[in-house]
Design a binder for this molecule. Structure first.
Ligand SMILES: NC(=O)c1ccc[n+]([C@@H]2O[C@H](COP(=O)([O-])OP(=O)(O)OC[C@H]3O[C@@H](n4cnc5c(N)ncnc54)[C@H](OP(=O)(O)O)[C@@H]3O)[C@@H](O)[C@H]2O)c1
Length: 434
């Protein structure tokens, strides 16, 4: 690997991110800077796509190929940039490249969350790198910060707004009083949300990112284990309004935190956060990651969590890092896995909760509902009654309560004849704890 005259790069995909990356790589004004950063010349040898007939702006025609296997198995390839997405066949292409000693750069959060530990080991065994900065927070350089700058710090908690679609929807609901369906439609019209928005609004996308953040902050494995996940679908304008009046905003958070000496909680859920918390001012499709280190104190990274150009800058950073390694004949050692850690179930965590329920507008309902909280050992801090008739609603703020006790309360409430439906059940982040 030492003294390579040129580093050869193949890209799978020619979509939003890949075409922006090709643009950055071929910008004549940046040519010298890239040469310096990579410590040698980078040559783009091919861009693999599914559909050869599609017009590809900015990608020279002679580079396009539908022969992905041919590109991946090219003996001269040094770096594979995987920007196709999905698990299959991306995993096969990446494994093949790594087995040949080809370094890989990817933005594929789903795949890294699914089998990142195994892929990192495969890379190491074959003297290759596996970098995936763009997999979390698009253009925000948070993974490298965790991997290098904070490598010696003891991190207690990583908490982020890591999904731009849901942050856009919640921001619209907050700033314009839109209901969920209207805000979702607007997000779809502006290209922030897919036609099928479930990966975003049900928290799957954020869950993959939490797993990646946790692996770098705490050393948890990337093996595709399910983490506790709650999306934003049940949140209504009234919840946003009550939160606002109480000095909170509602955000979808991805959280990874230490619990005691060896416990780790990883979860995704909407939460009420105080308006003066740094994450409360992250609006629209922006992303932010808030890290609490023992000695560093609180730190926050903010930026565009998506978008071809922003994401491509993170991919390019990885590519230059890997190219430097190639020119100097080295590769990075994968981050270590801490097998002494155990996952703490969400039910075992304590939090203050906000719960809203639609009830029948009848005498005695409040007492019956309050009784259900009491029977489950959940103590009520405050209560607000709003609406009349079919619109009658009760909103509760609990004292600190065990999540499993709150879940049991919700189950019992849902069965009670006076309760029409359960609205939102949200953790309240206060004084730095959730
Ligand atoms: N877009 C963002 O803002 C963003 C942010 C962070 C991370 N990411 C990640 O970056 C990756 C790329 O995202 P994107 O938005 O650029 O996707 P995209 O616009 O949908 O582009 C995907 C590209 O991959 C190609 N492709 C898909 N499957 C393929 C296969 N089996 N063989 C060959 N080519 C294949 C497609 O080819 P055709 O054009 O021929 O269909 C297309 O050119 C994903 O992992 C995504 O999660 C994206």
């Amino acid at each position: 690997m030492v003294n390579k005259p040129v580093v050869r790069v193949g890209i799978i995909g020619a979509g939003n991110v890949a075409s922006a990356l090709v643009g950055l790589l071929s910008d004549p004004e940046r040519h010298e800077a890239l040469l310096d950063a990579a410590t040698g010349p980078i040559e783009l040898v091919g861009v693999a796509v599914r559909d050869a007939a599609k017009r590809r702006k900015g990608i020279p025609k002679h580079l396009l190929t539908t022969d992905v296997a041919g590109l991946v198995n090219n003996d001269d390839l040094d770096i594979l940039v995987e920007l196709a997405g999905g698990i299959k066949p991306a995993r096969v292409y990446i494994e093949t490249a790594l087995r040949h000693g080809v370094s890989v750069v990817t933005a594929n959060k789903a795949l890294i969350a699914e089998c990142g530990t195994e892929l990192a080991q495969l890379a190491h065994q074959n003297g290759a790198d596996l970098f995936y900065e763009a997999a979390v927070g698009g253009g925000i350089p948070i993974l490298r910060a965790l991997r290098t700058s904070l490598a010696g710090e003891r991190i207690n908690r990583v908490m982020g707004i890591v999904n731009g679609t849901t942050n856009f929807i919640l921001s619209k609901m907050t700033s314009e009083g839109s209901d969920y369906a209207t805000a979702l439609k607007e997000a779809q019209a502006l290209g922030y949300a897919e036609a099928d928005p479930s990966a975003d609004v049900e928290g799957y996308d954020a869950a993959a990112k939490v797993q990646i953040l946790s692996s770098l902050a705490f050393g948890t494995e990337l093996v595709g284990d399910a983490i506790a996940r709650q999306g934003i679908v049940g949140i209504r304008s009234v919840d946003i309004e009550i939160a606002r009046r109480s000095g909170y905003v509602i955000k979808l958070l991805g959280v990874a935190e230490r619990i005691g000496d060896s416990g780790i909680s990883r979860r995704v859920h909407p939460a009420m956060i105080p308006v003066d918390h740094p994450l409360a001012s992250v609006h629209g499709a922006m992303n932010a990651v808030f890290v609490e280190g023992v000695r560093s104190g609180p730190l926050m990274w903010l930026g565009q969590g998506a978008g071809g150009e922003a994401t491509a800058t993170a991919v390019l950073g990885d590519l230059l890092d890997v190219a430097r390694n190639r020119f100097s004949g080295r590769h990075d050692i994968p981050f270590s896995v801490d097998r002494t850690l155990h996952s703490v179930a969400a039910g075992e965590l304590e939090s203050v909760f906000y719960i809203s329920i639609d009830v029948l507008d009848r005498p005695g309902v409040l007492a019956a509902v309050a009784g259900i909280f009491g029977e489950n050992g959940v103590s009520i801090q405050s209560m607000e009654q709003s609406g009349f008739g079919n619109e009658a609603r009760l909103s509760f703020l609990t004292h600190l309560a065990l999540t499993e006790r709150v879940d049991a309360t919700i189950k019992d409430l849902a069965k009670h004849k006076s309760v029409d439906s359960i609205g939102a059940c949200l953790r309240v982040i206060d004084g730095g704890r959730s």
